[in-house]
Design a protein around this ligand. Structure first.
Ligand code: NAI
Ligand code: MG
Length: 358
């Protein structure tokens, strides 16, 4: 078989973005070496870095490079230096344009609370330790985009709207990831009140029956799902939901690990997948070697999984667990008395671990 060769565009961005993506690339390169595939990376400025270089937060050649890549790995954009620019000129505008151009309709946000970190969670250790769930949020439909919308002096209105096709394709994404995980999907809606949720439920059930009968499907009303995410987060494997409910539930779930520096994300299903930490550019700690690179490294693991390099992705995740178990972690994850490791030390530990896995 020919060696697979992947072309990855890296957009480090601003603040801690370059620091954390450097470690993610280090780990990707180790994975390529250990698991026998080729990787070419190409780095471009985006956000504030691109504004400084060209005046545009997403220069056309950078966008074109992204559209031709197999995947895009992003750090974070923004910072006080660019805060007084007009909205359309700011770093975030570049990111919004990029996401739109990539046409991703599925946003994936995994949330894990490893044993070694359970004490940092706002929830009790007994409730939260071992949590490992994935929220699959539909990103291009629902009430954020539905027509008609508007307001007059006396009222305002929005429309929650989904087509069968939109529901079916996000359901397939959820079932495909469940297959790679523990085989369970929780679909979240408000079918006791909303017609759009009745259609949602019907279509998710149909995709389950016809295409993934070997997996397990449960339906939740969104209010109950919110409660269960706090009371018993371990009961969830993959959670699939629409745009609005997904926005809220993914931020709720993001609080479970107790640090923003642990949360990866992927936006997939469109032209090219975009993989990025949930956190921002953290100007308060930028340039100090303090940033937690795990969100970026776990985003790289999702990138590998999406490309079909599942064994490599697993090795990266195990490397993350090993680093945490051995106490190789940045300050945001340390309790009083623990010595923090640098961003680079964490990346080096995980890269070395991955290299030993074959
Ligand atoms: P932030 O996520 O950058 O930081 C919030 C807090 O969490 C800070 O105290 C920061 O030090 C800490 N933190 C974040 N990531 C961390 C990591 N990997 N390791 C250790 N600590 C970490 O959010 P904030 O402060 O609201 O925004 C800062 C800048 O980032 C702003 O310009 C904002 O617009 C931008 N931003 C960009 C995003 C993106 O590019 N996707 C997302 C969110 C914010
Ligand atoms: Mg949000």
């Amino acid at each position: 078989m020919e060696t697979p060769h992947y072309h990855i565009v890296v957009l480090p961005g601003d603040g801690i973005g370059p620091e954390v993506t450097r470690e993610a690339v280090r780990v990707l390169e180790a994975a390529a070496e250990a698991f026998g595939f080729r990787l070419t990376t190409e780095t471009h400025p985006v956000g504030g870095a691109a504004i400084d270089a060209t005046g545009d937060p997403l220069p056309e050649p950078v966008l074109q490079a992204c559209l031709q890549a197999d995947a895009v790995l992003l750090g974070a954009v923004g910072g006080p230096k660019w805060d007084n620019l007009d909205r359309a000129q700011r770093p975030e505008a570049g990111l919004l344009r990029l996401r739109k151009a990539l046409e991703a309709y599925a946003n994936l946000r995994p949330v894990q609370v490893p044993e070694a970190l359970a004490d940092a969670s706002p929830l009790k250790r007994e409730v939260v330790a071992g949590t490992d769930l994935l929220i699959v949020r539909e990103l291009t439909g629902g009430i954020y985009f539905g027509e008609p919308r508007g307001r007059n002096g006396q009222m305002a209105w929005n429309t929650m709207r989904y087509t069968r096709e939109e529901v079916a394709r996000i359901a397939r994404v959820a079932f495909e990831w469940a297959k790679r995980r523990r085989g369970r999907v929780a679909s979240v809606d408000k079918a006791n009140v909303l017609e759009v949720s009745q259609l949602w439920r019907e279509v998710v059930s149909q995709v389950h029956r016809e295409e993934f009968p070997e997996l397990e499907l449960e339906h939740f009303y969104v209010d109950n799902a919110a409660m269960q995410l706090v009371r018993d987060p371990r009961r969830f494997d993959v959670v699939v939901t629409g745009n609005l409910f997904g926005d809220i539930l993914s931020d709720l779930a993001a609080t479970l690990p107790g640090s923003l520096g642990m949360l990866p994300s992927a936006s997939i299903g469109g032209r090219v997948g975009l993989f990025e930490p949930v956190h921002g550019s953290a100007p308060d700690i930028a340039g100090q070697g303090k940033a937690n690179p795990l969100a970026a490294i776990l985003s790289a693991a999702m990138l590998l999984e999406t490309l079909g390099q599942e064994a490599a992705a697993r090795a990266v995740r195990q490397g993350v667990d090993a680093a945490l178990a051995e106490g190789v972690k940045t300050a945001d994850l340390c309790r009083a008395g623990e010595t923090p490791a640098s961003t680079e030390a964490v990346g080096q530990f995980i890269a070395a671990y991955v290299r030993q896995q074959t």
